[in-house]
Ligand binder design. Structure first.
Ligand code: NAP
Length: 290
């Protein structure tokens, strides 16, 4: 039986681990823009991006691109332009991540079939577990107090916010969660966290030792930052551009901790397993496997 052909383009250590998993599961795997000594010998290292055209499924990095122009290749020195990628991937199905509306338009203009795996709840919920553990790790590394008995605020009660709040509570933190929907606020209080409606956020901001942001828009301008406890540790989980005015934080001496791509940093093997499950689901949905 012919092996299923899958290419991996760019990405962090979790994509190296994914190459190892796929190779061990007998896939025909190629990588481009991903360099690491752990990549198995059986994996084809593409020397030119045009070789991707032989692969009907391509999985791209998380995030797919940071600037909209080049693909995110943190483990390789090569610059892979999005335009070059589109030319090579014309006949492939692309699994992308954290795709901006502009990037989605480009996929459509090039008539390339694609999905955003971070929009798949099955994947994003599982991914929220290493994200929450990583956020807690960063909080511990960047403070002189325990999370136990500390006052923590989680901004947003989506996939990451829900799982992070649960883990903080289990560590003995005093957990408040902000949300804008009354349904979320009701769940927040039933789970034992203090609910904070978005419109009342400013009245509470000075209370916290830690603020974890999962809201993917720049909400926190100077009028919010001026109300922070000066000792607060702010951990940014939301993807770029994040939720806060970083320059103003620096001006005020607020401890701002960027925490992008946590699953790939703190738990690349677990994160690769999640990607593998995601790939299987996509292959099944596309009729490539039963
Ligand atoms: P999600 O499930 O969509 O949750 C987003 C939360 O933000 C929801 O509570 C949502 O409220 C709230 N929100 C969205 N727009 C808002 C607005 N205009 N005003 C107020 N609240 C708003 O997303 P997620 O999966 O938790 O991911 C959250 C962010 O973390 C994303 O940027 C994602 O890319 C990033 N992320 C980062 C890592 C990492 O390693 N750092 C890992 C995974 C994800 P509603 O439900 O009311 O819309």
């Amino acid at each position: 039986m012919n092996k299923l052909k899958v290419a991996i383009v760019g990405g962090d250590l979790r994509f190296v681990r994914l190459a190892q998993i796929l190779s061990s599961k007998n896939f025909d795997v190629a990588v481009y823009g991903l360099c690491h000594p752990d990549i198995p010998d059986e994996v084809t290292i593409c020397s030119s991006i045009s070789e991707l055209k032989h692969y009907p499924f391509i999985i791209g990095p998380i995030p797919f691109s940071k600037d909209g122009k080049c693909i995110f290749t943190p483990m390789c020195n090569s610059y892979v332009s999005v335009e070059q990628f589109f030319l090579a991937a014309t006949h492939s199905y692309v699994l992308g991540s954290v795709l901006s509306s502009q990037m989605c338009k480009l996929f459509e203009q090039h008539h390339i079939a694609y999905c955003d795996i971070m929009k798949m709840d099955e994947i994003a919920i599982l991914n929220a577990i290493p994200t929450a553990e990583g956020a807690i790790q960063y909080a511990m590394q960047n403070s002189e107090i325990t999370l136990h008995n500390s006052k923590c605020l989680v901004l947003g009660f989506g996939r990451c916010g829900k799982i992070l709040a649960q883990k903080l509570l289990a560590l003995g933190a005093d957990v408040s969660v902000e949300a804008r929907s009354t349904k979320d606020l009701a769940f927040i209080s039933t789970y034992g966290y203090k609910p904070i409606p978005l419109y009342e956020l400013k009245s509470y901001l000075n209370e916290f030792d830690f603020i974890f942001n999962t809201i993917p828009i720049k909400l926190l301008d100077n009028t919010y930052i001026d109300l922070f406890n000066p000792e607060v540790v702010y951990i940014e989980l939301a993807s770029a551009p994040g939720g806060i005015d970083i320059d103003y934080c620096q001006e005020k001496g607020i401890s701002y901790i960027p925490a992008p791509s946590l699953p790939g940093i703190v738990a690349p093997k677990t994160a690769a397993d999640i990607l593998y499950q995601c790939l299987l689901l996509t292959l099944r949905n596309q009729g490539a496997i039963l």
